[in-house]
Design a protein around this ligand. Structure first.
Ligand SMILES: [Zn+2]
Length: 376
């Protein structure tokens, strides 16, 4: 690969990020398909989920790399995609592999600087069976008023942190994670809402999977996120059941990946409605892996408070005001670090993860029904 600089690859807004991505994809000879979102951005600009396919169109091994599932996290993910394209990752692809970039899974959230979508829905909590009873999140219900206040003040933030501290002492860090990040299906105006039906990004993404992975015998989906974990570190988080093919492949490709305990029955799941398991289920005839690559930014308490302020702004505040602009900046700063070292760290880590994925997917024996890893 050549020496593209990570420092030039990150943009200041959705429109610039999209233009840089499309330009880099076209330079690499990608086949580009754009899916128009029904709404517009804050300056009236049209919004799209864009797909750029590199490598053999009829490849039996397909690797997806996606950004902006949590809209505002697209500042990080889009920059990584542009970096990898400019660095010439397409020229390093093993034979028989297609690399499919998905840019701005949630373009509305990216353009408006929100983590959620136009329906206040967290896309990565929306991928579950909406006809079945929804998972409960009783600790979230108890924290609802503190997480979603009608008036934003510092005293409320202190109260929230006290309540979270008490929950951790009583039930541990997993209970805290589940209450603050696990998703909830009762409160449409609250943070972490998973929706009542498959939202636009969900439906569109499933169409993308069907189109590009229809004939795949091996398929992997890497979803780029930011805002969780140590600053600048890229954690690989997967949720496939222990002993499943997906878990086995993830472990072989990325020995440092971390497995979040998935459902022992949906009520026990740490997080509900995740994309990774839906991707694997959507590729029943393929050896499939879905994984999150999560880059750390700032302290999780600060991320939670930024999202609390964002949700208040959306429902009660005025976006076009000093306070509104300050909150918007605070949200952006929670998910993207304007620092050269951080940008270099995330780009190099993403490159390493994608290279291991392409090598791993190239080593899957393409014998339907008899999944194996060559030489292993
Ligand atoms: Zn995220």
């Amino acid at each position: 690969m050549n020496a593209a600089s990570p420092l030039d690859c990150f943009s200041q807004g959705y429109g610039d990020a999209r233009a840089a991505f499309l330009h880099a994809a076209a330079d690499n000879g990608a086949e580009i398909t754009s899916y128009r979102h029904p709404l517009r951005g804050p300056r009236g600009e049209p919004l799209f989920l864009d797909v750029a396919q590199l490598g053999a169109p009829d490849a039996r091994s397909v690797l997806f790399l996606a950004s902006g599932t949590h809209g505002v996290e697209g500042f990080c993910g889009s920059g990584i995609e542009t970096f990898l394209l400019r660095a010439g990752i397409a020229r390093c692809l093993p034979d028989g592999i297609a690399l499919v970039f998905v840019h701005a899974v949630n373009p509305w959230g990216f353009a408006w600087g929100r983590r959620v979508n136009e329906d206040n829905v967290d896309i990565n909590r929306n991928f579950l069976d909406h006809r079945a009873p929804y998972p409960e999140n009783a600790d979230y219900d108890r924290l609802y008023d503190l997480l979603n206040p009608a008036q934003l003040d510092d005293a409320g933030a202190v109260e929230l942190q006290k309540a979270v501290g008490a929950l951790e002492r009583a039930h541990g860090a997993e209970a805290v994670y589940r209450s603050l990040s696990g998703g909830q299906y009762r409160h449409p105006r609250g943070v972490q809402y998973g929706g009542r039906e498959p939202v636009w990004s969900n439906r569109t993404l499933r169409g993308v999977w069907a189109r590009y992975a229809e004939n795949a015998e091996a398929a992997a989906y890497i979803d780029l996120h930011s805002g969780l974990g140590p600053r600048g570190v890229g954690l690989l988080l997967q949720t496939a059941a222990a002993g499943s093919d997906a878990a086995r492949l993830a472990q072989a490709w990325w020995p440092d990946s971390i497995r979040f305990e998935p459902a022992h029955g949906s009520d026990a799941a740490l997080a509900s409605g995740l994309i990774g398991p839906a991707f694997v289920a959507g590729c029943p005839d393929a050896a499939a892996v879905g994984i999150v690559l999560e880059f750390g930014t700032i302290d999780m308490n600060q991320v939670v408070l930024a999202l609390r302020a964002d949700n208040w702004l959306h429902h009660y505040g005025v976006r076009d005001s000093d306070q509104g602009r300050a909150i918007a900046q605070r949200v952006q700063d929670a998910f993207f670090i304007q620092e050269d070292t951080w940008k270099e760290q995330v780009c190099e880590r993403a490159r390493e993860v994608v290279q291991r994925a392409t090598a791993g997917i190239a080593a899957v024996e393409l014998n339907p029904g008899r999944l194996g890893i060559k030489g292993g």
